[in-house]
Ligand binder design. Structure first.
Ligand code: BGC
Length: 403
């Protein structure tokens, strides 16, 4: 059975500046790659130069929207200083999207900070919130009258976990106390940023919608001899990791839609109440190239769970990295089936963005894992449409999902 979506449905792809643009040398990540001897982002996909060509390809794939992020470190190279030429660059980016009929969804913070920001204690210092707000205001001002979809932070809990608990991302802390401090400051920055965007857009008679992207996983107890305790940990993770922040911001009336990033299922073993990720090989799900348990029905389950917030939902990321081409198509179709089923069950889904438009720099893992609708040759910077992207293009054109 096929279901038709509303004509306003956003069919898109997502990308982030640091992962695609290349040469973001003022960013904390640039220094981190060197310090930790990681594969370096270097030119990345050279998207900084090739953005218009990439948008043309996106349009050829019948997409009608694109999620991208602004690199804070570029536009704000030192405290209190904004670069006119970099602001002009992003003005051109947005104009190029609008010209091609791609509805822009802007992310303001996608895991990276200016190097100078981290050198003054970054998110650990409450005084630094003002720096973020100054940057936010600059961007809101730059795009007055043009942007109505905003994601202030991408996956704040993932950022905190990797940067302040696991210590695998800059600033490389491993402390619960620091994690709490940084998260508190990010939440304050979000709430103040939310108000700023709404205030400015009200003046321009734009009904802007503001949110943060939330990474949600299906947590399940590992079915070993300890299933009962494992399931208890999975339950706690679900409450704490998946819904807590959405709930908190909604109660503060500061969430206009849910921006959902969904990729996979995670099996949990009991280790304290919150448990730990279980790496056994006894699970039945297929694993992708990164070892993630692929569970498309989970997207349906999550969407139904989110219905209780009574907010519109945009799926701001869903995708995979595979070693075989046909797995991409299987992943896409099965996840879209979940979207269609949830839609039929009355979930207010406004859009779907594949992660990612381009193969790109996958943080500490480098360039090996490829998520792109467009395969990138990192030597020549040529782009090639993956076979499953053609299937996606047909779906976007028809605006119908097979369920
Ligand atoms: C992040 C992206 C990342 C992707 C795949 C998402 O959670 O927002 O930056 O590349 O996952 O790992």
């Amino acid at each position: 059975m096929r279901i038709r979506l509303p004509s306003s449905f956003l069919w898109g792809a997502a990308l982030s500046s640091y992962q695609c643009e290349g040469e973001n040398s003022n960013s904390d990540w640039y220094a981190w790659e060197k310090e930790k001897n990681l594969q370096q982002s270097g030119r990345a996909c050279d998207h900084y130069r090739l953005f218009d060509r990439d948008f043309k390809e996106a349009r050829n794939l019948n997409l009608n929207s694109l999620r991208f992020s602004i690199e804070w470190a570029r536009v704000n190279p030192s405290p209190g200083v904004f670069s006119d030429s970099e602001l002009e660059h992003y003005r051109l980016v947005v104009d190029a999207l609008l010209k091609r009929g791609l509805h822009p969804l802007i992310t303001l913070h996608h895991f990276t900070n200016p190097l100078w920001f981290n050198q003054t204690q970054g998110w650990l210092n409450p005084k630094n919130i003002d720096y973020f707000l100054a940057y936010l205001k600059k961007i809101v001002d730059l795009f007055r009258g043009k942007i109505d979809l905003w994601v202030v932070f991408n996956e704040p809990l993932v950022y905190i976990y990797n940067s302040f608990i696991r210590g695998i991302w800059p600033p490389g802390e491993k402390s619960f106390k620091s994690a709490k401090k940084a998260l508190d400051n990010i939440i304050i920055a979000y709430l103040l940023g939310y108000q700023e965007i709404k205030k400015a857009n009200k003046k321009d008679f734009i009904n802007s919608q503001v949110s943060f992207s939330k990474h949600v996983r299906i947590f399940s107890g590992c079915p070993d001899f300890n299933l009962f305790l494992n399931s208890l940990s999975a339950f706690c993770r679900n409450q704490q990791f998946n819904f807590w922040l959405i709930d908190k911001l909604q109660k503060k009336k500061s969430l206009d839609f849910i921006a959902l990033n969904y990729y996979c299922k995670e099996y949990v073993s009991f280790k304290g109440l919150l448990g730990t990720e279980c790496k056994h090989k006894i699970h039945k799900e297929r694993r992708n190239q990164l070892g993630w348990d692929i569970y498309p029905e989970g997207l349906f389950e999550v969407l139904l769970d989110l219905k209780r917030f009574e907010l519109p939902i945009i799926i701001t990321e869903n995708g995979t990295a595979e070693s075989e081409d046909n797995f991409y198509q299987e992943y896409l179709l099965k996840h879209l089936k979940s979207v269609g089923k949830a839609f039929l069950s009355g979930v207010d889904i406004k859009g779907y963005f594949w992660w990612s438009l381009l193969d790109n720099f996958e943080w500490e893992k480098g360039f090996k894992h490829r998520f792109g609708l467009l395969a990138v040759d990192f030597e020549t910077m040529d782009r090639k449409v993956r076979p499953f992207a053609k299937v996606y293009a047909e779906i976007c054109k028809s605006n119908e999902i097979e369920i």
